[in-house]
Design a protein around this ligand. Structure first.
Ligand code: GDP
Ligand code: ZN
Length: 335
């Protein structure tokens, strides 16, 4: 990574944490990409009781030059986060690990085959994004598996997969999510993905093998993310020492590299709040006769009525019911 080295930064100002390595941080005044070193010095009230890393990649901080010969800045203050995504630490403590803060968009990457998507995983992931206030776009990658290249007609298309794709898109765009079909192999919609990343801090998430690193490399071939190596170390249970970092994309925008992260732990919520994280339910739940309504047994429930009319997908509704039943088990389902 290009570090500005001895080139001194004398200003005091605000910058974004682009990397955290042990006791040091790299900051850059985004959208400018000139990372410089910073440390925590002096009094900075940090919450170390609930998180293992109170300052995370994506945090906006106020820094001050330390003067003297050191080309190291001091972090004075962390600005309030607009959102953050966390995962629970594997140890039995209640601590969370903040993966990243101030994310503009998460790309939940899925595929219909190799690997086959599990809708319950998708729904849980989407609920987590809603709970954390992180905008999400679903990337239906490997579209080449069912979508013949334009100039070749449909001769390569797999009809069953094509039908599954249409069904998937109907469910999730019907729920209010943006779904973008992509193919790294044919380049399909990679330009649209690039537009979505422009000037944004983004993060790719999804099961292993869906093509996250391929997509990032397609966006910017100079970014050869060595995710396989890092996730190997990660799988050996050392994730509390895994450092996340941000990379600049040549097309504009910044991608947070999260080796080995498939999903995020879920925040605690009350049962009657769960439907707030299903946008298609949130839209109509004011019409339920009872408030709060769990949309399970209550008479005059607008959500159940919408499911019966086919306005809400029965698959989404059954995910909702499963999550109500689960009572927290899935919160750890991030690996
Ligand atoms: P990751 O684990 O999510 O980072 O997935 P990778 O980027 O390592 O990709 C997993 C496999 O899927 C690799 O063999 C890729 O070549 C392949 N792959 C990625 N994108 C596509 C695509 O759009 N179409 C097809 N057919 N294969 C893809
Ligand atoms: Zn209801």
């Amino acid at each position: 990574m290009p570090v500005s080295g001895k080139e001194k930064v004398f200003e005091t100002g605000q910058a974004v944490v682009v990397k955290h390595t042990g006791s040091h941080y790299l900051l850059s005044r985004l959208p400018e990409w000139k990372p410089f070193l910073a440390v925590i010095k002096g009094k900075l009230r940090l919450d170390t009781t609930t998180t293992t890393n109170p300052i995370a990649v994506g945090d906006v901080v106020e820094y001050e030059d330390l003067g003297g010969r050191e080309s190291v800045c001091s972090i004075k203050k962390i600005l309030p986060r607009k959102n953050c995504i966390v995962r629970r630490s594997t140890n039995l403590s209640r601590q969370n690990h903040v993966i990243a803060a101030n994310i503009d968009r998460v790309f939940l990457t899925i595929t219909l085959r190799d690997p086959e998507v599990k809708l319950q995983f998708v729904d849980r992931f989407l609920v987590t994004c809603e709970a954390y206030g992180v905008p999400v776009t679903i990337l239906l990658n490997k579209a080449d598996l069912y979508r013949g290249e334009e100039n070749q007609g449909d001769c390569l298309a797999d009809e069953d997969l094509a039908q599954m794709a249409a069904g998937f898109i109907q469910i999730y765009s019907g729920a209010g999510y943006q779904v973008l079909e992509t193919s790294v192999k044919t380049g399909y919609n990679i330009d649209r993905l690039r537009e979505l990343c422009k000037d944004k801090v983004v993060l790719f998430s999804g099961q292993s093998g869906v093509g996250k690193s391929s997509l990032v490399n397609a966006l910017d071939p100079s970014l050869n993310l060595k995710t396989a190596e890092i996730s190997q170390a990660h799988l050996q249970g050392r994730h509390t020492t895994t450092f996340y970092q941000m990379h600049p994309l040549s097309c504009g925008g910044f991608v947070v590299d999260t080796p080995g992260i498939r999903g995020f732990g879920l925040v605690d919520f009350k049962k009657e709040e769960l439907s707030n994280f299903f946008p298609e339910m949130l839209r109509i739940e004011d019409n339920c006769r009872f408030a709060p309504c769990t949309h399970t047994h209550e008479p005059g429930c607008a959500v159940k009525e919408a499911v019966e009319k086919g306005e809400i997908s029965p698959l989404r509704y059954s995910s909702y019911l499963a999550m109500l039943e689960d009572d927290g088990k899935y919160r750890e389902g991030d690996e």
